[in-house]
Design a protein. Structure first.
Length: 56
């Protein structure tokens, strides 16, 4: 069963479909949100987080 997770990031509303068997299926966890805040995001660059569950 899919669980929607909504996250606001840099003023953008993001929505993820998760599964109950994934880590933190109902909300973004504190560790993932902390990681997102510490990354030096630069326009045009791409970031890949391997093993990140549903893609957050």
């Amino acid at each position: 069963m899919d669980h929607p997770v909504a996250v606001e990031w840099y003023g953008r509303a993001l929505q993820f479909a998760t599964d109950e068997h994934l880590f933190a299926p109902r909300a973004a966890d504190r560790g993932s949100l902390a990681m997102l805040r510490t990354v030096d995001w630069r326009k045009g660059e791409k970031v890949l987080d391997l093993g990140c569950g549903y893609g957050l």
